[in-house]
Design a binder for this molecule. Structure first.
Ligand SMILES: Cc1cc2nc3c(=O)[nH]c(=O)nc-3n(C[C@H](O)[C@H](O)[C@H](O)COP(=O)(O)O)c2cc1C
Length: 314
């Protein structure tokens, strides 16, 4: 698949995730076979928080990289895109975030209720860059306001290079099932690539989504948290129907590799974020509760690393 001029080698893509997709995590997902990785959203109104950290946010080792921006005001969006685009292969526009803060700032999923404002914002982003611009949407605000069809046609008309459809409404947040029929509908209506998103947790899920909706690629969010190997597994399933099981040893090695990058490139990131990552990598494995408890009471990165070292030697 190609998004504009950017070739995507594998069809499973890492979803944008706040407080998850740090550079070390993106690099690891890329190494484990993600076809494209994404940053979390750079919101225009948070610029004071992130603009002094732009260099730390990018390493050049995780390409192709989609850099996600969000906001409502054209002038601010233009400024943000100009700051970030040297680091991006693709600029993605967030029109799906369901949370009160973002919707209160007339951004994210709020724009699905106000397509004139979505149009103005996406036009500003497209005008500010020569890189391909994509958009990530939900199916609408609420069950009675589903407007995938109208939204994807509008976005295609504006010139986006691909559209990700998360098959939930804003009202659903992350609850209930994603409606893959809306992804199918989008695929039938536009010629640009459609990336399906919502409830892909395994290779068979990815295959079903592609078969049922005709989508060009699948985006994986929650199932990738602490589990970059999911991309290898999904690729193996799609290529050969090879069923690779999740493996504690692999998860430990992945986390130690993540830690190595962390030491090199993210020295001043928050410890709690690192500790969260450590617990996510161990989620779902049995008979390791004592180690997880130790991680929760650890006070430093080194301490967590040595807990993983001990676990590796058991
Ligand atoms: C912790 C977390 C953070 C997220 N942050 C973002 C974000 O910054 N931008 C965005 O477009 N979506 C964000 N999302 C939504 C995901 O990109 C994705 O659309 C959603 O999780 C559905 O996919 P899944 O069923 O594979 O998890 C986030 C989701 C989670 C769980």
């Amino acid at each position: 698949m190609k998004i504009g001029t950017v070739k995507i080698e594998h069809l499973a893509i890492l979803a944008p995730m706040r407080a998850v997709n740090c550079p070390s995590f993106r690099i690891l997902c890329k190494k484990r076979g993600a076809g494209l990785v994404s940053t979390q959203t750079f919101w225009t109104w948070e610029i004071e928080k992130w603009q002094n950290r732009v260099d730390e946010e990018f390493t050049g080792m995780d390409g192709p990289l989609s850099v996600q921006v969000g906001g409502n005001k054209p002038g601010e969006l233009k400024h943000v895109v100009e700051l970030l685009e040297p680091h991006a292969d693709i600029i993605d526009f967030n029109a799906g975030c369901p949370h009160n803060e973002e919707c209160g700032n007339k951004s994210g999923a709020f724009l699905l209720l106000h397509l004139d404002q979505l149009e103005r914002a996406v036009k500003a982003v497209i005008t500010a860059t020569n890189k391909p611009v994509t958009a990530k949407i939900r199916t609408g605000w609420s069950p009675d306001k589903i407007n995938t069809a109208e939204t994807v046609k509008l976005l295609e008309g504006l010139g986006v290079a691909a559209i990700t459809v998360h098959g939930r409404t804003r009202q659903q947040l992350f609850k209930g099932q994603a409606d893959w029929n809306q992804i199918k509908l989008a695929k039938e209506l536009v010629k640009v690539p459609v990336i399906g998103n919502g409830d892909v947790f395994s290779g068979p899920d990815a295959e079903h989504m592609m078969q049922e909706t005709g989508c060009d690629a699948v985006m994986i969010g929650r199932a990738a948290k602490g589990n970059p190997a999911i991309f290898h597994k999904v690729n193996a399933w799609i290529d050969d129907h090879a069923d690779i099981q999740r493996d504690l040893r692999q998860a430990i090695d992945d986390f130690l590799e993540f830690t190595n990058s962390y030491h090199r490139i993210e020295k001043d990131r928050s410890f709690t974020e690192f500790r969260d990552q450590a617990t996510w990598f161990l989620k779902g494995f049995r008979n390791i509760k004592a180690y997880v408890d130790q991680i929760w009471s650890a006070k430093s990165i080194d301490e967590i690393e040595s807990i993983f070292g001990k676990l590796r030697n058991t």
